[in-house]
Design a protein around this ligand. Structure first.
Ligand SMILES: CC(C)(COP(=O)(O)OP(=O)(O)OC[C@H]1O[C@@H](n2cnc3c(N)ncnc32)[C@H](O)[C@@H]1OP(=O)(O)O)[C@@H](O)C(=O)NCCC(=O)NCCS
Length: 162
């Protein structure tokens, strides 16, 4: 079934709804505080149906030590409201994050995820977590779900940028 949704950059006033979407999916996503969302609001993309925020995604740049040309974009906080899934909204959010970050010419996109089929459908493929852990570590070290990032069951996936 076709659904009319729009994709746009987030406004500060969307922060509370983004917070709720991330919180509702806290089993799959690293929690983010309202303050963190507000401080980084310019990096969030949202999906809307009418006035409602039904999806969100954001990203973080991880510079590679000693080689800025090999910088990585980590896609984070991808969530679509449960009643709006499988309508292409998640895909459109990822495409929008990639379109927004492509001008800075990263080497690759990475994600840590429990949704490998979703990211696989977008061309991401699984890589050993050890291959990207030094980039993800700054996020993982702040996660309270697992005592050790290497024992976290999330799957690391990568998409070359070109
Ligand atoms: C993962 C998530 C963002 C997908 O959003 P979505 O809007 O349903 O995804 P799309 O409709 O764009 O799906 C695109 C394709 O991905 C694949 N896909 C999506 N969800 C899938 C699932 N649960 N199982 C298998 N394949 C799936 C399918 O190939 C799908 O295409 P199709 O519907 O034509 O078969 C959504 O399920 C979600 O919010 N999950 C909870 C949070 C989460 O796990 N986020 C990802 C971690 S960063």
């Amino acid at each position: 079934m076709e659904t009319d949704f729009t994709i746009r950059g987030a406004k500060l006033e969307d922060a509370q709804n983004i917070f709720k979407l991330i919180h509702l999916n806290s089993d799959q996503l690293v929690p983010k505080s309202l303050g963190n969302i507000l401080e980084n609001a310019d990096r969030f993309i949202v999906a809307c149906i009418g006035e409602d925020i039904v999806g969100c995604a954001t990203y973080q740049i991880h510079p590679e030590i000693g080689d800025e040309k090999a910088a990585t974009v980590e896609i984070q906080s991808v969530a679509v409201g449960i009643e709006h899934r499988r309508k292409g909204i998640g895909k459109a959010l990822i495409e929008a994050v990639i379109a927004k970050t492509m001008p800075i010419a990263p080497a690759e996109y990475i994600v840590l995820t429990f949704a490998p089929e979703f990211f696989g459908s977008l061309g991401f493929y699984e890589v050993p977590k050890t291959q990207v852990m030094h980039k993800l570590y700054t996020g993982c070290i702040n996660c309270t779900k697992h005592t050790n990032p290497f024992t976290c069951p999330e799957i690391a996936m990568l998409l070359p940028a070109n």
